[in-house]
Design a protein around this ligand. Structure first.
Ligand SMILES: Nc1ncnc2c1ncn2[C@@H]1O[C@H](COP(=O)(O)OP(=O)(O)OP(=O)(O)O)[C@@H](O)[C@H]1O
Ligand SMILES: [Mg+2]
Length: 250
């Protein structure tokens, strides 16, 4: 449904051209859950911004099936809510402008229920916990009825417990709403827990180093043998050229 063709991105930093992404080719199928892993600064956010059209690729192009480029939503690392608007109004902000008032209200109500915040419709963002704020930002993205949802480190700022419950939440949304999801994360277990496929980007420049298919049934058990095998394989990719013996760390 979505195809990245020879995506290249250069930035000019202090008059020097820096190659951020180099010939990234990727085919994403409808309904697929794909995660992108890579070290900090390798170009993951840049890649998502190019997909959604916030940044322009230096070379290469993205092709969408059925004009689905109009149906993309993005969830950022921080909730990015409008502080003076309440939960309901923040979610309404994500609904297409052409939609009439009554339908708009219905979409907002539905999203509030989906993310479990119906009782907080009138609360201001500052009255919510970090996890609840992030749920509002998920609802706002879903309110645009996207077919493709891009998630850029959406749980990075959350504590470990909230993070796990948000992972469960995203999995439930993916299973019930049949969306295509592309998740950028630093969390290897999160990627294995959620994805059909994991893409590992190298840095300087960012190229696809490895693709790993995760053929485990869901929900996945993080302590199972099969899970551990994939975890080790991914750690090995990151530490192959270092003197760190991963056997001691995982
Ligand atoms: N607008 C910009 N102008 C110039 N350079 C930029 C710009 N945005 C990003 N970069 C550079 O591009 C590189 C990749 O940035 P990007 O934000 O995509 O990294 P990332 O993989 O998402 O990192 P992190 O995991 O830390 O979020 C960085 O070296 C950064 O300095
Ligand atoms: Mg980033």
């Amino acid at each position: 449904m979505l195809k990245l063709n020879h995506i290249k991105k250069d930035y000019i930093i202090d008059k020097e051209t820096v190659h951020i992404l180099e010939d990234v080719n990727l085919n994403i199928n409808e309904g697929e859950f794909v995660s992108i892993l890579g070290t900090s600064g390798c170009g993951k956010s840049t890649l998502l911004k190019i997909i959604i059209g916030l940044e322009r690729a230096t070379d290469g192009y993205i092709s969408f099936e059925n004009n689905d480029n109009n149906r993309i939503g993005m969830i950022f690392q921080e909730a990015r809510l409008i502080p003076w608007k309440n939960v309901e109004e923040n979610i309404e902000f994500g609904v297409d402008t052409g939609i009439d008032k009554k339908r708009k209200k219905a979409i907002v109500r539905e999203q509030l229920n989906i993310v479990g915040l119906a009782d907080y419709a009138r609360a201001k963002p500052s009255q919510l916990s970090g996890g609840m704020q992030q749920r509002v930002s998920i609802a706002r993205a879903l309110a645009g009825e996207p077919k493709v949802l891009l998630l850029d480190e959406p749980f990075g700022a959350l504590d470990a417990f909230t993070r796990i419950s948000m992972q469960k939440e995203v999995l439930r949304l993916w299973e019930t709403q049949k969306k295509t999801m592309i998740l950028v994360t630093h969390d290897i277990d999160e990627a294995i827990f959620l994805s059909d496929r994991i893409i590992i980007l190298s840095d300087h420049p960012g190229v696809i180093k490895r693709e790993i298919k995760v053929d485990l049934s869901r929900p996945r058990d993080r302590s199972s043998y099969d899970f551990t095998v994939i975890r080790k394989e991914i750690y090995r990719e990151f530490f192959e050229e270092s003197d760190i013996n991963i056997e001691y760390y995982i």
